[in-house]
Design a binder for this molecule. Sequence first.
Ligand code: NDP
Length: 270
Amino acid sequence: MSRLNNKVALITGAARGIGAAIARAFIEQDAIVVLTDIDDDVGQAQTHALGDRALYFHLDVRREEHWARVTAEIESRFGRLDVLVNNAGITGFENGLCAHDPEHASLSDWRAVHETNLDGCFLGCRAAIRAMRPQAKGSIINISSRSGLVGIPGAAAYASSKAAIRNHTKSVALYCAEQGLAIRCNSIHPAAILTPMWEPLLGSGVEREARMREFVKDCPLQRFGAPDEVAALAVLLASDEATYITGSEMNIDGGMLAGASQKPSPPRES
Ligand code: NDP
């Protein structure tokens, strides 16, 4: 039985990584999927591979007019929007490593990360509420991060933007409920999901394996997660199985946030 039968879903940053995996999973559950991204060549190729229930639009999440154009296009083609996944996000390290700690980060780097991650999420939620209001129901899924729940000294803007997404999710959920709308809004908090986002940090060559091990050494499951594992959670939140879930945050992190795994050790002999 399909879980998203003919639901119309819009996914941002869907050309690759987690967004592309969510698009694939939604198609497998018989949704109609609008993939969007700023990387049009890769986005269009992804979409083509998904068959005729998928279509592609250019959408830079920072641009109000892009949101207006794409949601108007969806309205005119399908007459409704059922699901929005605010997935597009950047770390700030896309062009190589640079200072993102609280002492040395530049204001422009700080703002660039917030503009994509937070402003993009705000604009997406606003556009989705307006598009979903006529049918008074829908599901908005905001991809936050484990970094939205803990501090990250070396990626302070990323952590701040993801924490703000977590909180905005709850404001959206409560606002929609107050308005008598069955528009649900939830956040997903992944950690260490192996996607192209990691490439600038992993590098290549003989050290790559060692770097990968280092990144997951504190993960109880001792491995990176796969984009499909995040997509499975998005399917649940998008579906009518989740009609009582709103304002929630869902961690998908191999157990990292469950607590410290330090073992007590016997006192040393003096
Ligand atoms: P990727 O970098 O692999 O994919 C992100 C996609 O978003 C790319 O296609 C990118 O295009 C696109 N994008 C970037 N900026 C914009 C924009 N302004 N408008 C529209 N699209 C844009 O990332 P992931 O798949 O790893 O991450 C997806 C989401 O999951 C992000 O929000 C990320 O923060 C979050 N996340 C990921 C984790 C992980 O371990 N991978 C962990 C926690 C959270 P282009 O390639 O042209 O830049």
